[in-house]
Design a protein around this ligand. Structure first.
Ligand SMILES: O=C(O)CCC(=O)C(=O)O
Ligand SMILES: [Fe+2]
Length: 358
């Protein structure tokens, strides 16, 4: 293993950054994503906040449900507060994740991403000459269905981290199911149809570690993309901001509240809602002095389902705006194109529809 964090062709950027960097290596320089801001960040609109405590009864519920609906329609992203996920579970997970990244490289490389795989830690490099790499180490794992879990990842993690993750998975799964149910109510989708699609679906977790970068304006933490699935619940671990969402062509920094999660509408939800909701394009920027860590939980349709507009939304007046595709195929297509902005959803849009202008 070289001192640069390489092992075969898996890279740990965190390790590379431990050595003084004289210059940013050229394959990390991505200037094409650096469109400038059109106005100072304090003049930018803020993404909506949905309060789950108001979702229980009466008029407050109607109001908050309407707010959820308009957030999903107009933004495709919101922060959720009073979400019911216990703060001790969240704090324990944050602590354990930070400890994980402090482990020696050899320990982390036990879980390394292997060529051709999508699950595991780090970044695989096919060809350094042509490949642009984001300024981050990722660690992606399947968590549901349980029989699809990779036997070398979650179950082999240090037990305190594994337990913290399992506790967090359980609670965030509950939150996701409540959100799916509320979204179903807001869209007036048949309850059974919503459950058949998303309950106990394919679920993934991605922990992303963004080392500080001495010239953050030259690199991209995570390049612009929309999440492919139904809903994403994003937890920011150590208080360092960096998420930006693209609305009406402008990048808006998201100031994530300390006890909130960010929820993204993904492409599969855009399709299922027949375009009433739109997935949101977002990216992560990096900090010049501080590392940043986030944990995304991705809630997708069940693998055995077919992705397409909900049949309870389709009638003569509302024809389908998207094609249908087996979920297995959709997942394959997604991973073969890596993280790209709305490629699959654009392909599935039935001709004649206006493409989303981000
Ligand atoms: O780190 C972030 O804030 C964004 C992460 C993200 O977009 C993702 O994991 O898909
Ligand atoms: Fe994302």
């Amino acid at each position: 293993m070289s001192s640069l964090g390489h092992e075969n062709n898996t890279i740990s950027l965190q390790e590379l950054c431990k050595e003084p960097l004289l210059a940013i290596p050229p394959h990390y320089i991505q200037l094409d994503h650096q469109e400038s801001f059109s106005s100072p960040s304090h003049l930018m609109p803020a993404i909506p906040i949905v309060d789950m405590a108001s979702m229980t009864v009466g008029q407050a519920k109607d109001f908050e449900l309407q707010k959820l609906h308009s957030s999903c329609k107009e933004w495709g992203v919101f922060q959720v507060v009073n979400h019911g996920v216990s703060s001790s579970v969240v704090e324990k997970l944050k602590y354990e994740i930070e400890e994980f990244y402090k482990l020696p490289l050899e320990e982390k490389m036990r879980y390394k991403l292997r060529p051709g795989d999508v699950e595991g830690y780090g970044q695989t490099i096919a060809n350094l000459k042509d490949q642009k790499i984001d300024w981050a180490d990722r660690f992606l794992m399947v968590i549901n269905p349980i029989h699809k879990r990779n036997p070398h990842l979650l179950s082999e993690l240090p037990s305190s981290l594994r337990e913290a993750m399992e506790a967090y998975f359980k609670e965030s799964q509950k939150l996701a199911m409540v959100l799916f149910k509320l979204i179903g109510q807001a869209l007036e989708i048949d309850k059974r149809e919503m459950e058949d699609m998303f309950e106990d679906g394919l679920q993934l977790v991605r922990m992303t570690y963004y080392p500080p970068c001495p010239q953050p304006e030259l690199v991209v933490g995570l390049r612009p993309h929309s999440d492919a699935g139904g809903l994403t619940i994003l937890l920011q671990v150590n208080g360092v901001q960096g998420l930006q969402v693209k609305k009406n062509g402008v990048w808006i920094p998201v100031n994530i509240l300390p006890d909130a999660f960010v929820v993204h509408i993904g492409d599969a939800m855009e399709i299922f809602s027949n375009g009433i909701y739109k997935s949101i394009v977002h990216r992560a920027t990096v900090n010049s002095v501080k590392e940043r860590i986030s944990i995304g939980m991705f809630f997708n349709p069940k693998l055995e389902m077919e992705i397409g507009p909900a049949t309870s939304l389709i009638n003569e007046k509302n024809p389908p705006q998207y094609k249908r595709m087996p979920m297995e195929q959709y997942v394959k297509d997604f991973f073969s194109r890596k993280l790209r902005s709305k490629t699959i959803v654009d392909q599935m849009r039935i001709k004649g529809e206006q493409p989303n202008t981000e």
